[in-house]
Design a protein around this ligand. Structure first.
Ligand code: ADP
Length: 400
């Protein structure tokens, strides 16, 4: 028995989960937030599952790692740091270089660094997290688990944009997708548990949280996914536009007097459900507002459902047949109303139907079929678990 740490380091936060492997037992989980501030927040669950929370200065990521290590010992979650045999890191952008997770070494580090322009908010902080752990646990192997790796099976006709080849050749401009670790987890369960490992499986996985993406998966391999060069592409999201006519960007920059950067930030942070509804990026608030008669909230949900259904039907067409549709992440796992709205848009042509009761009941971490018996395609909710995938890959690559 040994311990593996799954880490998701952001610019001002560091989430962690400690597993006992190979049992995959969660020993603790927590987060350091507001790193770089005097009123940083550190929380961790103790052995009874009780959450301990402290407000204290967390100067940088190295301090955050030290806090985590000290708390593991002082709360008797582990007796010694030597029990930790590996650390796995979520890395948002692996570019064209990684079709699988990779051991952290100089080469991996350099490649992740070279991809910072493609994921400026993520890859830099991931490396800072890696280096902080390297300092704290110099003897422990570390593994990079890429959000893009699972999508590397896409063919050029699916990952290239309709622009001159030099933009790909010189600048690596192409579709990379995101949430790959989640799509992989969902597809593995879908194929094993719900399709009984049959031959020629064709599924669509929908990771629908604040950020959202769909993947069309044939025989366990991604054919197409909705996010593009960055997580801005694809369906409409909490605050992101998703796909739009590219000239909207140019038109708004030239006609509003705002800078390209300002408009780009708005497309990322002020658009989507929040932008249209002008209520919130949280589907619960928008649902409440819509039921109270707020027209913008109603419009936001309608636009969101239509965009989603257009991707679903296009992916079904691309796959030629669909054996299972998987719903997951914050909205996919919890928002029965939104699931119903999407399915309503896909019922006439595609013949999708929900079991009303099962749809309402399958929330808050529950797994199960939510489609009715006469739905043309079965639909299932599977709560996602990216952290366990990171822990499993860490064990696999470190050959533990
Ligand atoms: P991310 O990881 O991209 O930040 P999550 O997968 O955590 O996103 O999803 C967060 C979103 O899930 C929230 O913004 C909210 O819209 C939605 N959500 C979570 N719980 C519920 C719920 N009970 N009902 C409706 N929507 C929910």
């Amino acid at each position: 028995m040994y311990k593996i740490m799954s880490v998701n380091a952001g610019s001002s936060s560091m989430k962690f989960k400690l597993y006992e492997m190979p049992e995959e037992k969660v020993l603790t989980a927590g987060i350091c937030e507001r790193i770089g501030h005097d009123d940083g927040i550190f929380s961790i669950t103790d052995n009874e599952g009780k959450k301990i929370k402290k407000i204290l200065p967390i100067k940088d990521h190295a301090v955050a790692v030290k806090l985590i290590m000290d708390a593991l010992i002082s709360n008797h979650i582990i007796d010694s740091l030597e029990e930790i045999k590996g650390v796995g890191h979520r890395i948002v952008q692996g570019g064209p270089y990684f079709s699988d997770s990779a051991l952290f070494n100089k080469d991996t580090e350099q490649k992740i660094e070279s991809l910072i322009p493609l994921a400026p908010l993520h890859n830099g902080p991931h490396l800072i997290g890696y280096r902080a752990f390297k300092k704290a646990l110099p003897e422990v192997g570390q593994v990079a688990v890429f959000d893009t790796a699972f999508h590397q099976t896409m063919a050029p006709e699916d990952y290239l944009f309709p622009i001159a080849p030099e933009y790909y050749e010189k600048y690596k401009c192409r579709r990379y997708g995101a949430h790959g670790t989640s799509h992989k987890y969902l597809s593995e369960i879908a194929i094993k548990k719900y399709l009984k490992n049959k031959k020629d499986t064709r599924i669509i996985t929908c990771h629908i949280g604040s950020g959202a993406s769909l993947a069309a998966i044939k025989d366990g391999k991604v054919v197409l996914t909705s996010m593009g060069l960055t997580p801005l592409g694809g369906i409409m999201m909490g605050t992101r536009t998703g796909d739009m006519d590219p000239s909207v960007f140019n038109y708004l920059v030239s006609s509003t007097g705002k800078s390209a950067e300002e408009i780009f930030q708005e497309f990322n942070k002020q658009s989507g459900l929040l932008g249209v509804s002008q209520v919130s990026n949280d589907t619960r608030d928008i649902e409440n507002a819509a039921h109270e008669g707020n027209k913008q909230a109603q419009l936001a949900i309608k636009m969101w459902s239509l965009k989603f259904s257009q991707f679903l039907s296009a992916y079904a067409c691309r796959l030629g047949r669909v054996d299972l549709i998987v719903w997951s992440a914050g909205i996919g796992e919890n928002a029965s109303y939104y699931r119903q709205c999407v399915v309503d848009e896909c019922s006439e042509y595609m013949g999708l139907k929900l079991d009303h009761q099962k749809n309402i009941e399958t929330i808050r971490g529950k797994e199960g079929i939510i489609s009715s018996k006469d739905s043309t395609i079965p639909m299932v909710v599977i709560p996602t678990d990216e952290e366990i995938m990171i822990a499993r890959d860490t064990v696999r690559l470190l050959k533990l």
